[in-house]
Design a protein around this ligand. Structure first.
Ligand code: NAD
Length: 350
């Protein structure tokens, strides 16, 4: 792409405004407009950023000659409002970065990924937890062979969120983040088995214990919770990958990296890896990578944290919900096939 990327944001809530601030700060982008169906939200955000306000996505797409949009809407389980504007933008020939979860509905998620394929546009998801130097250092240990074969990937993602409605809110709103980090390090997940629990006084499933078998044969475990953290208000995010030659840990909400080789007494600890000190900075690292890839003209299939990867992470969450309901192990590919047929496709294929 030559020149700055003409950009707009759809959804002017807290996160849409975070995206807008991030585009404003990145010279690869030229932020020109923001759209919200709530006129006051759109107008206030437009005044804040010195850009044009729209109250309707179609009008904005027709008027602005955009290269890309961020879709930062929310809805049920923080995802039911993502599909319509994403498909509108893709059909208008505009690249899309959509917030997570890609959708709270796997059939809609399949439609979004399929539309991106048909239109040849780039679709990415704000899977910002993987876009950190600590996570990339862990990935590097795997890619270089230093860690050996991956044997297991274990993760905790624990925060405090009192929201309980609908009952699977915790699973669908949060855990595409954790599953994406696990998939980034361990590859595709083949099978899932899950137990859920309601914390005291809860109507929703606020704690989850999810077992996975990766396609490689490696094992995975995710403990998720909406009932955690103490007075210091720290969330707890920790990922550990065990291999045949060593072990890596990404700790402290993605900013610390540890390396423990099996054949040496020396271990490595990098605090604030890459200079990152807090989770909030991951919007800059993730959106920065998206802009760099668009600017370089990367092909849709090369986009990191793509729509497809958002769908595959969400499919694992749906498999966990189904496993909890049925008391059975769920095969992720079968669930994807079912969703693809419901979306009017003959079956699932990458
Ligand atoms: N990546 C992260 O770390 C992270 C963190 C928190 C939240 N999120 C995600 O960010 C998203 C937004 O969260 P929020 O708290 O800002 O939500 P919000 O509900 O405050 O804001 C969403 C806005 O979108 C608008 N909207 C809905 N449909 C629209 C449409 N078709 N056209 C234009 N505007 C429309 C709504 O009017 C609302 O103002 C959610 O999907 C959430 O899951 C991501």
């Amino acid at each position: 792409m030559t020149g700055p990327i003409r950009t707009a944001v759809i959804g002017a809530g807290n996160i849409g405004r975070t995206h807008a601030r991030t585009y404003k700060a990145n010279p690869l982008a030229e932020l020109v407009a923001i759209c919200d169906v709530d006129p006051a939200r759109a107008d206030n955000a437009a005044a804040e950023f010195g850009i044009r306000a729209y109250h309707d996505v179609a009008t904005m797409l027709a008027a602005e000659g955009l290269d890309m949009v961020s879709v930062a809407t929310a809805g049920t389980e923080n995802g039911s409002h993502h599909c319509v504007p994403t498909i509108q933008a893709l059909e208008a020939g505009v690249h899309v970065l959509v917030e997570k979860p890609i959708s709270n509905d796997i059939v809609e998620a399949v439609r979004m990924v399929d539309t991106a394929r048909r239109t040849g546009k780039c679709l990415a998801v704000d899977l910002n937890h993987r876009f950190t130097p600590a996570t990339e250092m862990a990935k590097g240990k795997i890619a270089s062979g230093d860690l050996g074969d991956v044997l297991f990937v274990n993760m905790n993602l624990w925060i405090r969120n009192p929201k309980d409605d609908p009952p699977y809110f915790h699973l669908r709103a949060l855990h595409s983040h954790s599953v994406d980090v696990m998939r980034h390090l361990g590859g595709d997940v083949a099978k899932v088995q899950a137990f859920f629990q309601k914390g005291p006084g809860r109507n929703g499933w606020s704690n989850a214990s999810i077992n996975m078998q990766f396609a490689s044969g490696a094992l995975g475990h995710l403990t998720g919770s909406y009932d955690m953290h103490g007075p210091d208000r720290h969330s707890i995010e920790r990922t550990e990958v065990g291999g045949t030659r060593g072990r890596v840990v990404i700790d402290n909400s993605t900013v610390d990296f540890h390396w423990f080789p099996h054949d040496s007494k020396e271990s490595v600890h990098v605090h604030n890896a890459g200079g990152l000190t807090s989770f909030g900075e991951t919007f800059g690292t993730r959106i920065g990578r998206w802009l760099a890839q668009l600017s370089a003209g990367d092909a849709p299939a090369a986009i990191e944290g793509s729509g497809l990867e958002g769908l595959l992470a969400h499919a694992v969450v749906e498999a966990a919900i189904r496993s909890h309901e049925a008391g059975q192990v769920v095969v992720v590919a079968e669930l994807l096939d079912e969703a693809a047929r419901a979306a009017g496709l003959s079956g699932w294929s990458r």
